[in-house]
Design a protein around this ligand. Sequence first.
Ligand SMILES: Cc1cc2nc3c(=O)[nH]c(=O)nc-3n(C[C@H](O)[C@H](O)[C@H](O)COP(=O)(O)OP(=O)(O)OC[C@H]3O[C@@H](n4cnc5c(N)ncnc54)[C@H](O)[C@@H]3O)c2cc1C
Length: 500
Amino acid sequence: MLSRCDVAVVGGGIAGLTAAALLAAEGLQVELLEAHSQSGGCAGTFRRGPYTFDVGATQVAGFEPGGIHQRLFRHFGLPLPQATPLDPGCSVQLAGDPEPIPVWRDPQRWQRERQRQFPGSERFWQLCAWLHRSNWAFAGRDPVLPPRNLWDLRQLLGAVAPASLASGVLVGATVADLLPLTGCGADQRLRRFLDLQLKLYSQEPADRTAALYGATVLAMAQEPLGLWHLQGSMQRLSEALEQALAQAGGRLRLRHRLQRLVAGPSGWRLEGVVAGQRPFVLEAEQVVNTLPPQLLPELLQGALPQGYRQRIHGFPDPSGALVLYAAVPRERLPEHLGLHAQLEWADPGNLFVSISAAGDGRAPEGQATLIASVFTPARPWFGLPEPLYQQRKQQAMAGIRAGLRSLLGLEPGDYLHAELATPRGFAGWTGRPFGFVGGLGQHPSRFGPFGLASRTPLPGLWLCGDAIYPGEGTAGVSLSAFTACRQLLAAGGRELQLAA
Ligand SMILES: Cc1cc2nc3c(=O)[nH]c(=O)nc-3n(C[C@H](O)[C@H](O)[C@H](O)COP(=O)(O)OP(=O)(O)OC[C@H]3O[C@@H](n4cnc5c(N)ncnc54)[C@H](O)[C@@H]3O)c2cc1C
């Protein structure tokens, strides 16, 4: 039996760490339950011999002045983890092209590059830029989406400005809808570029990504925003949030796996197991859940209202991921690509490649870690007989290595280390059903006002994480955690603000 607390936060990924640190800093007694032996979840790391691999997330947003991570660490009075801006943010290699398309950090340089790459497309980019500006200004005023009560609605209306109303006209549109509007409907090469970039950040291609979300994704790599590479490893972000939690008196309970959430007369009872299968029980007035909403029916058993349960059952499956964690001699890597690249590739699918920087602590001198990830339907990886599973894994590994040979010229003898994670591995690492990664995707029917709310129908149960507005990515889940904390505190008559 653990002690009773004000708030139990479930899941020690970036969403849970952020929520727990924010609430503890407000003087609440907070217990953060994490099933794994370390925090970080999809933004964690693991070690293999001399190498440190980032499990999932490899680049971070929100480190610019006014960005969510920067606002949070200023609020906690702690320095931001050391990071360098990525330039280019990514290099995109379309199949059959002689050279990759660098997505530069400097907005003018990127404008010149895209005009060279996609002649006649500037009207499309200008429309995206306008949508992004109004959307970003709206998001910066901390709206609550979707609103579920009067307080939420007040936050939403307070964030609306004339420009957001104008861009709101496009709330049901996809990025692909903007192409014919701007005279680019026939530009297949632009469309392939957009599909690659959008699938990476929104889980959906251009004809299924909400225009308002996609416009921001397409501006993410440029100043005054930008993408960053963390010094050391991705774990540094989690460690810094752990420090914020500890300095505020909150407790991180590692190896505590929640199995059941029971609503009681004066709050919640959390039942689960500690390492070694010993049971634990924790009582909390309120619960912030960061686990995927698909797990709620199982955690809450019969307590979920039927309509809500049906809505959750109706969500389409998010993607799974295949990820190759490799190490190679640094001299075998071309320098012109930068640290992140995308490759249009058929089998097993488009690759996203992340390379460690010299001296960033991930590989010994003269070597580099190389992580290549591919989206894959998750469920088919489960229930396979072991020999067939191993065979599929080998095929996927061979396909990814063929892609890396095409992109980087890597030969079989160049690999100092190589191992592949499938959705089975992600299910084990993150506790996510079928190893689903990302949230619900950014289709217009699930984006913003049409998404799942952080306020649930059950009093004292709040949600955040990558299925909640504004969606996946470390910056996205931190924003959703901030919103859930504001709501929780407002319900007790308190206000939480982060300086802009
Ligand atoms: C391959 C891949 C590449 C990515 N690349 C990027 C990128 O470059 N940039 C970026 O910003 N984002 C990226 N992302 C997305 C980003 O990592 C996630 O959106 C974000 O880290 C999710 O954080 P979270 O806290 O919502 O969830 P999670 O990270 O899943 O955290 C949930 C936590 O809950 C714990 N848990 C699970 N079950 C239980 C239980 N029953 N009881 C207690 N604890 C439990 C898990 O162990 C985990 O620590 C990537 C993701 C993947 C998988």
